[in-house]
Design a protein around this ligand. Structure first.
Ligand code: SF4
Length: 98
């Protein structure tokens, strides 16, 4: 068995996708003032890194690059995720493969 190492650049793959952002209807919404502990879960699990905290601890979330994987819903759907639904037809991510 070979000891081959493969490196995958996720950002490179994500950049290939096309996003049609529904500016008038966020398909994911958080509760007002989400707890730090629950929000930090989302920072760790979102594969698109859409949940962020700056050096002062301020939280931001932008659904524009969402991959519609549902991981955040599973992790925090009963705590700080107030709304999670798929984008309207023709909106959201369109996966493209090199
Ligand atoms: S559905 Fe997936 S990609 Fe979208 S915000 Fe949640 S964890 Fe991130």
């Amino acid at each position: 068995m070979s000891d081959m190492k493969i490196t995958v650049n996720v950002d490179e793959y994500l950049a290939i996708n096309k996003y049609e952002v529904d500016e008038s209807n966020a398909h994911i919404e958080l509760v007002d003032d989400p707890s730090d502990a629950e929000f930090d879960k989302l920072i760790r699990v979102c594969p698109a890194a859409l949940y962020k905290r700056d050096d002062e601890g301020a939280k931001t979330f932008d659904y524009a690059g969402c991959l519609e994987c549902g991981t955040c819903r599973i992790a925090c759907g009963d705590t700080i995720i107030k709304k999670w639904e798929y984008p309207q037809p023709t909106m959201g991510v369109e996966y493209r493969f090199g």
